[in-house]
Write a protein that binds this ligand. Structure first.
Ligand code: GRF
Length: 224
């Protein structure tokens, strides 16, 4: 069975009419710098992304992303895995927090933990991740360096739904960029991040703006 996602909107009652507002709850999970989080927060603030950024959760106390959330006035929580006996306990707490806030879409933005099948099942086809390479090439935490070292002429960015396997779920958006001759890995990193910052808010907007269906490896958008 395939689910259809995104049909929920919230109803706001105006005196003479009922207007459907497709404002949905998102949570962003982070571990590091949080430049993608920043772009998502900026897009929400400017209205380019019609979502309610309800919660930012970090598994790292020192994550600069937490400071960004604080500065933007977004509710933020540190969930330190060291305070839990097992990964299951940690994830159970994570699920509890997300469900309590009625999160529609869980956005991973540099969240450096592999989520278990238990977690994935709780938010089936409602977890999205960004990966700094053209999947299925260069999976893993060193994707930019790996692509550069391999000598590929083209790499890019992938936004995908999260399934039980790492860097594997159905692709939501993908964009390529060229690696020029003599280009350093630092320059490539900058280009990749710039691309990420453009395509992640746009892909999230697409996921939230209407319904989508997941059929096998394909994400099918049911509305424009
Ligand atoms: C990004 O390169 C993203 O593709 C990867 O982790 C990095 C996070 O960067 N999953 P930032 O914390 O958003 O700056």
């Amino acid at each position: 069975m395939h689910g259809v996602f995104g049909l929920r909107g919230r109803l706001s009652d105006k005196s003479d009419q009922t207007e459907i507002i497709h404002m949905k709850n998102i949570a962003v999970l982070v571990s590091g710098n949080g430049t993608n989080l920043q772009k998502i927060m900026d897009a929400v603030k400017s209205g380019a992304l019609k979502a309610c950024l309800t919660l930012v959760i970090s598994d790292q106390e020192k994550a600069f992303a937490l400071k960004r959330a604080r500065k933007a006035g977004v509710r933020n929580i540190l969930l330190d895995p060291k305070e839990f006996l097992t990964r299951e306990d940690f994830e159970r707490k994570l699920v509890e927090l997300l469900k309590r806030e009625k999160i529609d879409l869980v956005v991973l933005a540099g969240f450096m933990r592999i989520l278990s099948p238990y977690f994935v099942k709780q938010f089936k086809n409602r977890i999205v991740n960004i990966h700094p390479a053209l999947l299925p090439a260069f999976k893993g935490a060193r994707a930019i360096k790996d692509a550069w070292q391999y000598g590929v002429r083209v790499t890019g960015v992938t936004v995908h739904l999260v399934d039980e396997k790492v860097d594997h779920g159905p692709i939501v958006a993908q964009e390529a960029l060229e690696i020029r001759e003599g280009e350093s890995v630092e320059v490539l990193e900058r280009k990749i991040h710039k691309l990420e910052h453009r395509i992640y808010p746009a892909a999230i907007r697409r996921l939230l703006s209407g319904a989508y269906q997941v059929k096998g490896r394909r994400v099918i958008f049911l509305s424009r």
